[in-house]
Ligand binder design. Structure first.
Ligand code: ADP
Ligand code: MG
Length: 323
């Protein structure tokens, strides 16, 4: 672009809360033919709420849902849990998880701690906390050695996740992120958190697809949750890469670009920074982390995925008009 075009494009962008940084960024944005969205915090708000706390019933073979267990202790407990009152098993589940998560800064952790408090359960004493990247946490607490996260993490701690897997799958197909909780080799139950899809994400995906841009999603979250969210925002399930570990996000972007696609990666997290740098164009959500913003070529100050379309329009418009 001529210095004039760069100046005009940058200034029009800024008026719309779209910050372009770097020399040929307008051309790269214009020439983008694929957009890769991170899920959590980008397509969704990244503000999670604890929605479910389902203890595994030791009496039953498998986790018990409220309908199956009508009239039983587990059903009563599920009803109470719905009313925000934790029964014994639910309380134990929440106390162990909240105590372990109280040391983590992950949005899931904050949701678990806040959700437990809302149900009258306070986190207890935490000794040592270990983050297991992309899988969950392991902690030494007054409730024993507690693990919260994916089934494979529980298996690593010799906790059999099997009795809770069906409940977990049900919650995931609702688009929630479900985590298993174990303590000292015993499975305690399942927790689920939900995150709202950003309102404008649906229109943004549609507008991009109308332009012939291929829209992808990358997430560390599991396949089922990822697909449920993709369906909500109109992303083709075949374009979803789930279960991607933080250190593998950049490789996932490179895999998408392997056919010569010029991909714009849109993300918010510390995790996303290498992927933003690998992409043809990196776009950071303004409400995201400083690390992501520093790695990006474009920042969306309003944290609105629809501003991706605005960025493309501004770059096309100014490059066509201002020579
Ligand atoms: P994303 O790519 O969606 O931002 P992360 O890589 O941070 O996700 O986490 C991926 C998955 O790892 C989560 O969906 C969850 O299953 C598990 N996980 C990560 N951190 C925690 C935590 N503090 N507690 C429980 N589970 C966690
Ligand atoms: Mg994110």
């Amino acid at each position: 672009a001529t210095p004039a075009a760069t100046m005009v494009g940058t200034s029009i962008g800024a008026q719309h809360g779209v910050l372009f940084e770097g020399g040929d960024v307008l051309e790269r944005v214009r020439d983008t033919d694929a957009v890769v969205f991170d899920k959590t915090g980008t397509l969704t708000r990244g503000e999670m709420t604890l929605t479910d706390a389902v203890p595994v019933s030791p009496a039953a073979d498998g986790a018990v849902s409220a309908d199956e267990a009508e009239g039983t202790e587990a059903a009563e407990e599920a009803d109470l849990a719905d009313e925000g009152v934790a029964g014994d098993a639910t309380e134990r589940l929440l106390a162990a998880a909240a105590t372990a998560e109280n040391g983590s800064e992950h949005p899931i952790a904050e949701a678990v701690v806040a959700g437990a408090r809302e149900r009258g359960v306070e986190p207890g004493d935490l000794d040592v906390l270990q983050n297991v990247s992309g899988k969950g946490i392991r902690a030494r607490t007054e409730h024993g050695t507690v693990v919260v996260g994916k089934p494979e993490l529980l298996r690593e701690e010799d906790v059999d996740p099997e009795p809770a897997l069906e409940t977990m799958r049900e919650l995931e197909s609702e688009g929630k992120t479900a985590m298993l909780v174990g303590a000292d080799g015993e499975l305690l139950g399942v927790l689920a958190v939900a995150d709202e899809v950003r309102e404008s994400a649906v229109a943004a995906v549609e507008a991009l697809r109308d332009r012939g841009i291929v829209v992808h999603m990358i997430t560390g979250d599991n396949e089922r949750t990822a697909r449920a969210v993709a369906e909500r925002v109109g992303i083709d399930p075949e374009r979803v890469r789930a279960g991607v570990l933080p250190e593998d996000k950049a490789d996932a972007v490179e895999a998408i670009q392997a056919d010569g696609s010029r991909a714009m990666m849109v993300g918010d997290g510390v995790n996303d920074a290498p992927a933003l740098a690998s992409a043809f164009v990196g776009v950071a959500i303004g409400s995201g982390t400083d690390v992501a913003i520093e790695a990006a070529d474009v920042t969306l100050m309003r944290s609105d995925p629809a501003d991706v379309v605005k960025a493309i329009n501004v770059s096309e418009g100014t490059l066509a008009k201002v020579k």
